[in-house]
Design a protein around this ligand. Structure first.
Ligand code: NDP
Ligand code: MG
Length: 385
């Protein structure tokens, strides 16, 4: 799900690199018809799905290799996620839009390789309960969570004292609020170490990505917010740490390349030869670590608060962030206002501690409208001043 995105493309490379081991049952795109047609020709899936109704009008079976079926709309994606031919679903749609497909796959007992962290941010409790009920695994693709998952192999859950998520710090590490007033989307999209889709790249620049990852880790590994730390590591080579109760710390390290965690999720528990560049031990001199500047980057505390409180908080924070990021990319919101808008909306939302899916969807809608309202009000005040 999300084959035309950054994770989707990396996933297809991994699958193609393991012929005979993995079979590509289907690929799902949303709007990018040109890319999905090219992917179908290159990788030969059994089924292609285009979910966006307008985009789906621009593609026909004739565009696809012989024998490849074309399914359309969100129903097509859900049908593929539930299909008997599918064992494992790579959840790589961006945003809360990824929840429905992940949910359908879990309901049908599929293993999930989870890149779409928003699924756990929005509905972590319900999603983990569903996975447990259906006895299915959610294997992390997010590099930090894959690192933790790898470091946990062979250890009892209660042996973990805490985990430390590493983060590059994004393009604005070291800058203060005064220097971030005029940041443009172009500057924020220039990530120093990772090549990713636009939404997560902005999330990395605001450190909201680390906040979302904190919440993701809270659900994925059943940790308390207090057990999850964050440290900046500009080289992006150490992908996270696990500290055990005997004082031992295990880390996973590799050059930054998402194909490694993707392949690990697809072949778990095996480790197979992979395309990732090797560490260059001859050149390696130092790895740097520093604490994040939480006064400038206020997102982290929001993530901690949401991980602590749970309930509707995750759906609200995620929706507020998605809306604010889209506004920033459209030139309608200042960089620092992304996290500020999230904070405001989170502060005055109507909290519910154990919401059902429908209530989470209402919280999501409410938060999107609130950010729009906040933005309009702020922009109007700026004009009248
Ligand atoms: P991209 O923006 O590169 O790709 C997004 C994908 O989602 C595209 O295939 C797009 O389809 C599809 N999509 C967008 N909107 C919808 C929708 N409403 N319904 C269905 N499909 C939709 O994102 P990334 O690959 O960077 O990120 C995907 C997920 O993985 C995110 O949750 C991100 O946080 C997570 N992740 C990404 C990492 C990375 O390295 N990129 C690292 C760790 C996590 P189309 O293009 O056809 O419209
Ligand atoms: Mg990550």
């Amino acid at each position: 799900m999300g084959s035309t995105g950054s994770i989707g493309k990396n996933t297809l490379e991994v699958v193609a690199g393991l012929p005979g081991r993995l079979h590509l049952a289907g690929i799902c795109a949303h709007k990018n018809v040109e890319a999905v047609v090219q992917q179908a020709r290159q990788y030969n899936p059994d089924i292609v799905v285009v979910t966006d109704p307008v985009a789906a009008e621009k593609i026909s079976t004739q565009d696809l290799p012989r024998g490849c079926q074309l399914w359309k709309g969100q129903d097509g994606a859900l049908r593929l996620a539930r299909s008997k031919e599918v064992d494992l679903v790579v959840s790589a749609v961006v945003g809360a839009a990824g929840l429905e497909g992940t949910w359908a796959a879990l309901e049908s007992g599929k293993t999930i390789a989870l890149a779409n962290k928003e699924t756990l941010v929005v509905a972590g409790q319900l999603v983990m309960e569903l996975a447990q009920k259906n006895n299915t695994a959610i294997l992390p693709v997010d590099s930090e969570h894959s690192a933790i998952f790898q470091a946990l192999q062979g250890s009892a859950k209660d042996a973990v004292e805490k985990v430390i998520l590493t983060g590059s710090g994004g393009p604005f590490r070291g800058l203060k609020a005064a220097q971030l007033q005029q940041v443009t989307p172009e500057q924020a999209l220039r990530h120093p170490t990772w090549k990713m889709g636009p939404k997560i790249t902005i999330d990395s620049a605001t450190l909201m990505n680390k906040a979302l990852e904190l919440i993701e880790a809270r659900w994925l590994f059943a940790l308390k917010a207090e057990q999850i730390g964050v440290i900046l590591h500009p080289e992006s080579v150490v992908h996270s740490f696990v500290e055990f109760r005997d004082g031992s710390v295990l880390a996973q390290a590799s050059p930054p390349d998402m194909r490694l965690p993707i392949q690990y999720a697809l072949t778990y528990p095996e480790r197979l030869p992979g395309p990732t560049r090797r560490m260059n031990w001859g050149e390696l001199r130092s790895w740097n670590f520093e604490l994040p500047d939480e006064e400038t980057f206020i997102s982290l505390e929001l993530g901690r608060e949401v991980a602590r409180r749970g309930g509707t908080c995750g759906a609200v924070l995620n929706a507020a962030n998605e809306t604010a990021v889209a506004s920033f990319l459209a030139g309608e919101m200042a960089f620092l206002d992304i996290a500020l808008a999230c904070k405001k909306v989170l502060e005055h939302h109507d909290f519910s501690p154990s919401p059902a899916l429908a209530e989470l969807q209402r919280s999501d809608q409410w938060a999107r409208q609130e950010v729009e309202r906040w933005k309009t009000q702020k922009n109007r005040m700026a004009v009248s001043r």
